[in-house]
Design a protein around this ligand. Sequence first.
Ligand code: FAD
Length: 368
Amino acid sequence: MEVVIIGAGSFGASLAWTLARGGDQVTLVDQFEPGDPRASSGGETRLMRCCHGADADYTASARRARTLWRELEAESGEALYEECGVAWFAPRTDGWEAASERVLAELGAPTERVDPTELYPSVATDDLAFTLLEPEAGVLRAQRAVRALAAQAKAHGARIMGAAARPDGAAAVLDDGTRLEGDAVVWACGSWLGDLFPSLVSLRVTRQEVLLFACEAAWGGTPGWVEYDRAMYGTGNIDGLGFKASLDLEGPAIGADEDLPAGGSTEPEVRAYLSRRFPALARAPLNYARSCRYELTPDTRFIASSHPDHERMWLLGGGSGHGFKHGPALAEVVAEAMRSGEPLPERFGLGERSASRSLRTAGSGPGR
Ligand SMILES: Cc1cc2nc3c(=O)[nH]c(=O)nc-3n(C[C@H](O)[C@H](O)[C@H](O)COP(=O)(O)OP(=O)(O)OC[C@H]3O[C@@H](n4cnc5c(N)ncnc54)[C@H](O)[C@@H]3O)c2cc1C
């Protein structure tokens, strides 16, 4: 197949890598360099976790993605994935963590109930029912991983182009007028997808913050962590960046092309959480804060569908604050549908969706 992909984030670059290593002829186009901070896939790190509550499909997808990220590491010779584990702080015996534990057991993926005081230099546990460790989860080096996807796609013969594109019928037209057509033209445009296809795609673009705090050496190598019911997540000290602690509730709306302001507005909420859960870090100096974009579907399920009017045009996106890790596994599903002509699972479709954010690490309570 000859495939044109617009967008070299986790979704588009994963598809480029998957198709190119399978022998397809790929052209990958992006207005920025892969891993640019204006794209959702920019920034240093992303959690790679299989726990998705009761959702077996997303759990299996993340597990498959872990294998594929490992394959990318082997191909590229780069350290992209830190398998430091992820700890889930469970305030209830019958909540999201218990549901995740059941689904992972059914899939044969390891989990363990642990004493978190053995994992972290400072952690308060008096209000927790249990802590679930996912030992094969961890942290992906996001920007580096996206660049590796694009580089490996190129190594398998893909053509990489820097340009802004717009749809014209089933083709993509670049800003210099070049017209690209193929057996498939895929629009994997992150936060920009809703602006490009307003009548088909309903995405809410929000501004989110990432905060990193100075910490002692003992926080290096500690597992990533999530407290689903409080919509908080973070990592230990990866690559000397500091301890990451961020709020996963939806931030204010922002346009895809708007400048991202410096982060820091969520610091009081994050500090209040740190003083409760990781007391030694309550007054830790802020190393830095930055903001970035979520592109949220109403139900946090991804979008992967052919266009209703142009069967050779495909839309891919709606990462919804948790898509990064799934990139290569989602790409496999999309590549298979392109080759076989079989429809993609209905959950990725363009139709109406009911509101839910259960697949993110944002709890199930009201947003902002
Ligand atoms: C703060 C934050 C924390 C997150 N944490 C996690 C996490 O822990 N785990 C996880 O798995 N996921 C996480 N996510 C979500 C994840 O990063 C995103 O779901 C994922 O990166 C989306 O990838 P994408 O390829 O769809 O979009 P993007 O990365 O935005 O890529 C889209 C690309 O399309 C290009 N493009 C758009 N329009 C055009 C055009 N017209 N012409 C040319 N190029 C165009 C853009 O330049 C961009 O490079 C997080 C996201 C954020 C912002």
